[in-house]
Design a protein around this ligand. Structure first.
Ligand SMILES: [Fe+2]
Ligand SMILES: [Fe+2]
Length: 453
């Protein structure tokens, strides 16, 4: 069964995600288009069996125009519309308001009168690569591990470790120092591997002896689950690992009341900028949110966990530290000339992209996707606003102020600079809704006087 699918979707991340899904699931030939004219060209080029079209407020005209293009041609190609649409009494159009990959796949089969079994021959490649860094937190191999030898006669996968074999971090470093970046796993073992991997990683994490080693161990789990989310997509095991890391962080934050010591530890430790910032943003969220009236005392745990999740997810598409440090319109304008077109685009769209990816995340508390989208102050998650406004969610506002504070603190890496950072914030955030958070930061640090210079 050869399937040709046309995806019309302006958002790169969503389009790539859908395309990957259709090639993985159905070995489909996927045509993609991001605007009306390319959609027409792609559609006319081949015999398209089914169309996936997303109707969002920004792309409303695109979907309406494409549907009338089909209508004018007198065609009734099965079309799945993701999103709301005014009227769709036509039988070849199916509307799906919830963005769920499994549901989309089910509808594709249903619309074409096909069964899942028709695609059973479609399989993943025989060996699946995993970066060696993924193995840093586990102590034995749950499945056989292969390495790839490229020979003139072709690629050959050689078994390196037996299922059940123990190893140390040093063993891995040895391979890494030889320039090896990935291990391979037989595709048949993949599900088992992911499953055991996630469980083992979490178990190792929970063995941490003291708070300092817990914070360091969490960095690995945190980074690995973040990488898995962007590189492998959302699967049951990745979700398990992610949820556990977030829960664990929240636990560490609420268990420890020695804030000053924790701040010192984090700042002086050899941790990545990204992890330090997520951790400290969560820490200050935990301290300030209860004072900012985000809900009743019973709701406290829920709104704090939302905040921690936003700090985990919001910048996943920015891997480069240079890009992670850009926090507002002025900083972005200044840095722009040093950035490639790709980097500029990535910074401009990362909030929107991540928010879209989260639409697939199971059982995510409501509003996380919106907070992620608004974390730089625009309501559509594109770019930075020239001046801050009230038109975003109050929690996003608090997030912006806290992230600004934490970013400056990490860059200055000196607790004595806190008063001067606070006064920078005071000048920068003049709207009452933003000032509230700035004021709570002042209170937390006992309202320091303005430094002389
Ligand atoms: Fe950020
Ligand atoms: Fe960001």
């Amino acid at each position: 069964m050869n399937l040709t699918i046309l995806i019309i979707e302006p958002n790169d991340a969503v389009r790539n995600l859908l395309a990957k899904n259709f090639t993985d699931q159905f070995a489909a030939k996927v045509l993609t288009a991001s605007d009306l004219s390319s959609a027409k060209t792609e559609f006319d080029k081949e015999f398209v069996q089914i169309i996936i079209l997303r109707n969002k407020s920004e792309s409303e005209e695109l979907s309406r125009d494409f549907l009338s293009y089909l209508y004018d041609k007198g065609l009734k190609t099965p079309t799945i519309i993701l999103g709301e649409i005014e009227s769709s009494t036509q039988s070849h159009i199916t509307v799906l308001t919830k963005f769920r990959i499994e549901e989309i796949n089910r509808l594709v089969l249903k619309s074409l009168g096909l069964k899942k079994e028709d695609f059973e021959h479609v399989k993943l490649p025989s060996y699946i690569p995993y970066p060696i860094s993924f193995f840093h937190l586990i102590r034995y191999f749950p499945v056989d591990i292969y390495i790839l030898l490229s020979k003139k006669s072709g690629d050959e996968y050689i078994k390196r470790f037996q299922e059940g074999e123990n190893f140390t971090k040093d063993d891995l470093t040895k391979y890494e120092s030889m320039g090896l970046k990935v291990f391979y796993i037989n595709k048949e073992d993949n599900h088992l591997f992911m499953n055991v991997f996630a469980i083992q990683t979490v178990a190792e994490l929970k063995k941490s002896k003291d708070i300092t080693s817990a914070i360091t161990n969490l960095e690995d789990t945190f980074t690995i689950s973040q990488n898995m989310l962007t590189q492998l997509g959302i699967s049951e095991d990745v979700v398990y690992l992610t949820d556990e890391s977030i829960k664990y962080m929240q636990n560490l934050l609420t268990k420890n009341d020695k804030v000053a010591q924790m701040l010192k530890d984090i700042l002086s430790n050899q941790l990545s900028f990204s992890y330090k910032r997520s951790y400290l943003v969560s820490l200050f969220g935990t301290l300030l949110l209860p004072k900012l009236e985000f809900g009743s005392a019973e709701q406290k745990e829920l709104y704090i966990s939302k905040f921690v999740m936003v700090s985990f997810f919001h910048d996943l598409f920015l891997e480069d530290e240079k890009l992670l440090k850009v926090n507002n319109f002025d900083e972005f304008s200044k840095l722009k000339k040093e950035l490639s077109k790709y980097e500029i685009d990535l910074i401009e769209t990362h909030a929107n992209k991540m928010s879209n990816l989260l639409l697939q995340y199971p059982k995510l508390p409501s509003g996380i996707d919106v907070l992620v989208k608004q974390h730089h102050g625009t309501s559509n998650g594109i770019g930075f606003p020239e001046s801050f406004s009230n038109s975003i969610s109050p929690m996003a506002i608090t997030f912006i102020v806290i992230e600004d504070f934490v970013t400056q603190l990490i860059l200055k890496n000196d607790l004595k600079q806190i008063p001067s950072i606070l006064y920078i914030l005071k000048d920068r955030y003049t709207l009452p809704s933003y000032k509230k958070t700035v004021q709570e930061l002042f209170n937390l640090f006992k309202n320091p006087a303005k430094p002389e210079n």
